[in-house]
Structure formats: C-alpha cells, structure tokens
Ligand binder design. Structure first.
Ligand SMILES: [Zn+2]
Length: 303
C-alpha cells in the first residue's frame, strides 16, 4: 500500500498538548484536597498531597513545558502545543465555572508569551486552543487567533476547541473563514478511538452545498485522561494503532501539558513515552499536527 507519509512509512503519529492550565493556584490545591477527603478517595488524597509538596519545593505541578521539551528533544520528536486565551470568570453562584475558569491564563501573560516564543524557536508548533465559548463565536475565536498571531508574528494554522466543543458543521465553517488550515477537535472526551470512523485526515463536507469545507480535519484519537481511566489502557491504544496502520492513517495523541508531571498522576508521562516507543518500533512517521497536515496536502496534490 502506498501511504502519504515520508519514505512510505506505514502510518503517522501526531503529538499534541492542550495547554488548559499553566500553573496551579492555592485555591485549586484546596479544592482538590478537600474533594478527595469528602469522597474518602485515599489515592487522590495522597496524589494531591504529593503535588502540594512539589509546589512547596518550588515546582508548580502544572508548569511542565521544559519537562516536555526535554523529553521530546531526547527522542528526537516535535509536537504541537495548543494555547488558550480564556477570559471567562469564576462565578461562586455557578460551581461549574470553578473547573472552567479557575486557574485560567490569557495570552497577555508575559510568562506565557515567553514560553510560546521559546517553544517555537525550538521547532515546536503553536496552535490555538479555542476557549470554552469560542466554538460558535466567530468574533471571539478570531480575536483569540489574532492575539496569538501577534505574539508569533505569523498566521496560526491549527486549532483545537477546548473540551472538543465542535458544532458540526458550523464550527468548521468558522475555522475555514478565519483561515485555519486544520482542526483537530473531532474526538471523544470520555473514551478513545476514531469518532469519524477513519484514521485518515479529511475535508468535512457542507451538508447544504455538498462542497468541502476548506479546513482539514485531523481527528483526535487518544486523550490522556479517558485512556488512563479505562481498563487495560495498553490494549485499547494498541487497537487504535492497528487501525491507523491498516489505513495508512494517523494516530493523534493529546497529552495535556499540565498533567505531564511525575506527581499527579504519576503514570501519565510513562504511558505517553510507551505509546511513542511502540509507534517508533512499528515505523511510524512522528510529527506535529501541522507537519502531518502539510504532508497530507502535498501527497494529495501529487496523486
Ligand atoms: Zn482544553
């Protein structure tokens, strides 16, 4: 079978990190520790105490950019970091807003701007993580895109909506009008797998005009938390790898930046490494989503 990947590699592995949070505040420690006490969750309690000890020692558990860069640099791969510009506010009368907005960051933060430039200078791709309400708000998403582009000094090609909030086909139409080259929001939030039934990137079709919407969808396959909460996670992910191999498609990973720490939960970084090693062993082409998108488009033109 002829595949679109360099040297006719059997499939591709796309690496990505949603940056939902960049640092953990005291209110979050308090919230999670008291939550684990009230639910008699001993494992969670130990995990959060462990993480608190790290914080006291000067290691914010949610700031893992250098750790990820070092890890990926060591194995010679690059990924996509999706940054968010979340301006929603915590409202004590609406408890849900705590998990949505507490500990959020914006692109005005100089520390965030610095790490974005630092990542890009090192060869990592920067994409936009559309804020919670942006999936059906073109003006909001456009403003967020513009802020990120001001930091980068060039257009942003990729987007993934926070919580994978995708209204089909409206969100894709917004993406296309705003000039995104690809989206990677089509995936499951509570399980893993290929939500569109295929591992191959595709242009969505507008059901009214029956014409393609010009934003390439690179489906998201495996997200850290849903995978790790499943029984026998290795077996589940190996099945996804088999499908990507069989179709010459892509396995896309999303490992949240804030969870790539050795404290909470400590086995997430190891699973990320294990999946990459297995795909390397099987000859996958490993790249950022932007590179996957560019390669896919070039291969299509050559056919
Ligand atoms: Zn998110």
């Amino acid at each position: 079978m002829r595949t679109p990947w360099p040297d006719n590699r059997p499939f591709a592995l796309a690496l990505s990190h949603d940056v939902d949070r960049a640092s953990k505040g005291w209110a979050q420690f308090l919230y999670y520790i008291s939550g684990s006490v009230s639910h008699l969750d001993h494992r969670g309690f130990r995990k959060h105490l462990h993480s608190l000890a790290a914080q006291m020692a000067g290691n914010n558990p949610y700031w893992n950019f250098e750790r990820l860069m070092e890890f990926e640099d060591d194995i010679g791969v690059r990924s996509t970091f999706f940054f968010m510009d979340e301006r929603g506010k915590f409202n004590p009368l609406r408890p849900r807003t705590f998990t949505l907005y507490r500990g959020r960051y914006t692109l005005d933060d100089p520390k965030i701007q610095h790490v974005i430039r630092h990542l890009e200078a090192g060869g990592w791709e920067i994409g936009l993580h559309g804020s919670y309400r942006s999936f059906n708000d073109e003006s909001l998403l456009g403003t967020e895109k513009g802020r990120l582009e001001t930091i980068l000094g060039h257009p942003v090609l990729g987007v993934r909506q926070h919580y994978l909030r995708l209204r089909v086909p409206q969100t894709w139409q917004i993406h296309a009008r705003l000039g995104f080259a690809y989206d990677s929001s089509l995936g499951y939030t509570r399980r893993i797998g290929y939500r569109a039934g295929t591992s191959r990137p595709f242009y969505p079709v507008d059901p009214t005009t029956r014409k393609p919407i010009m934003v390439l969808e690179v489906p998201l396959t495996v997200m850290d938390r849903p995978l790790m909460e499943m029984a026998r996670p290795q077996e589940q992910v190996w099945r996804c790898i088999e499908k990507a191999r069989g179709e010459g498609g892509v396995l896309t990973l999303n490992w949240h930046q804030c969870l790539f720490n050795p404290w909470e939960p400590e086995d997430y970084p190891a699973m990320y490494a294990q999946i990459i090693r297995e795909c390397q062993r099987l000859g996958a082409w490993i790249a950022s989503i932007g590179e996957i998108c560019a390669r896919w488009r070039t291969a299509r033109q050559m056919r």
